[in-house]
Design a protein around this ligand. Structure first.
Ligand code: ADP
Length: 397
């Protein structure tokens, strides 16, 4: 079955057409600046990237542009839309309603909409993509794959905040966690690569991208993760602060004469390694700045690595030991020196890294030495493939 995977944001839409049997990516692309002017890049598997600057006034127009590109005579990859067997949508927040992927119907849309308050930036944008696809392809089955679903196995002791219980009961204020599709995919891969028994395994997955989170996976299930009600909790990230004393919010608001919304914008968009370094949110820029002697960049990177290592330590306690640790996403897959700096804290676990093996970028590899007490891996994540697999599986393919 050919599955169109859609990841729809407020002004952008990423897509891949994947053959779920061969798992080949037939085409991939990105529509940007939707509602502003419009820009599209489309890359067929056996051809060069095509760039189009046609107007994209809304998400419906973006979906139409994707479908035209996929069926285009010159750079298309299918002869007609009838070849698309299903659409898999990335949906960010499923609240407590969705512990697994789901076939999308009117009721599901209403239930996802009910979670909009929990992810006001993401869920409405995701749903715009769902509605646009349903309008244009009413007969094609659609599946929703949630970022939060994998973490629904967390026990109450991990997901509850230490606040009055009524806030959980009345408003569902709790920790949800994100990047679930990635953590699940990578944990399954490490079971296979490290020859672990999935039903008797303790894995810690470090998804380190611009957004970053660590998950403790016991017997294939998430038992704790570093993001919370929103993706702001946990690690220091590209532009997000991660954990801080909530008292900081009021203090900054008063000192800087900012509203609550303005402080949260600072914590989401202007903090993390960007805010700490004053240089960039991108670890390539930070590394370059460090090499040129920029101390703020160096301290930002150190703080990032320290936080990751602290989470690994905490999750080793949560799991009562650990069999494998995995690095994934942009930083985890590419930045050997960051992996090395994090693993430097983990000597107490008997972990040793082989720096030659650690020189790997963007492919699966074990980077620990044969006598390391815990295996350490680099595993590139593939959320699109995971969504295509879920979609095909739910539709009985
Ligand atoms: P997201 O999906 O959260 O936007 P990614 O997983 O694509 O993020 O990761 C993007 C980040 O990965 C970049 O901001 C950059 O910090 C980091 N990154 C990508 N490539 C490299 C590299 N070669 N060396 C160091 N860091 C890298």
């Amino acid at each position: 079955m050919k599955v169109l995977v859609i990841n729809c944001g407020s002004s952008s839409l990423k897509y891949q057409l994947i053959d779920s049997r061969s798992e080949e990516v037939l085409a991939a692309g990105l529509c940007e600046r939707i509602g502003i002017d419009g820009r599209m890049t489309h890359t067929p598997s056996s051809g060069n990237t095509v760039v189009k600057n046609d107007p994209l006034p809304d998400h419906g127009a973006a979906i139409q542009a994707v479908l035209s590109a996929l069926t285009d005579k010159a750079h298309g990859v299918i002869s007609s839309l009838g070849e698309i067997g299903a659409v898999g949508h990335r949906l960010v927040h499923g609240g407590e309603k969705f512990a697994a992927s789901v076939i999308i119907n009117d009721e599901v849309i209403a239930e996802v909409e009910a979670c909009n308050d929990l992810a006001p930036l993401h869920n409405p944008a995701n749903l715009i993509g769902v509605r646009a696809c349903r309008q244009i392809m009413p007969d094609v089955p659609m599946v929703g794959v949630f970022d939060t679903a994998f973490h629904q196995t967390m026990p109450p002791k991990a997901y509850l905040y230490g606040i009055p219980h009524q806030y959980y009961q009345e408003h569902k204020v709790r920790r949800y966690g994100f990047h679930g599709t990635s953590h699940n995919y990578v944990a399954k891969r490490v079971h296979h690569l490290a020859e672990l028994d999935p039903d008797n395994s303790r894995v810690i997955v470090c998804h380190l991208g611009n957004g970053a989170s660590v998950t403790a996976v016991k017997n294939g299930k998430s038992v704790d993760t570093s993001m919370g009600l929103t993706p702001l909790e946990g690690l220091i990230m590209g532009t997000r602060s991660g954990d801080l004393d909530p008292g900081v919010i009021e203090y900054i608001a008063k000192k800087e004469h900012l509203t609550l919304e303005e402080v949260l914008k600072v914590l989401n968009k202007e903090s993390g390694v960007l805010g700490l370094s004053g240089v960039s949110s991108d670890f390539r820029d930070l590394t370059e700045a460090m090499e040129q002697g920029n101390e703020q960049a160096a301290v930002a990177v150190e703080a990032f690595c320290y936080r990751v290592a602290k989470h690994i330590g905490a999750y080793t306690a949560a799991l009562n030991g650990v069999d494998a640790i995995v690095f994934t996403a942009g930083i985890g897959e590419n930045a050997a020196h960051i992996r090395s700096m994090i693993c430097d804290y983990l000597g107490f676990l008997g972990i040793t890294i082989d720096e030659e093996k650690n020189a790997v970028r963007g492919k699966e590899a074990e980077i620990s030495t044969p006598d390391s007490k815990v295996s350490v891996f680099v595993i590139p994540t593939n959320e699109e493939l995971a969504i295509a697999r879920e979609t095909a599986a739910l539709l009985g393919e």
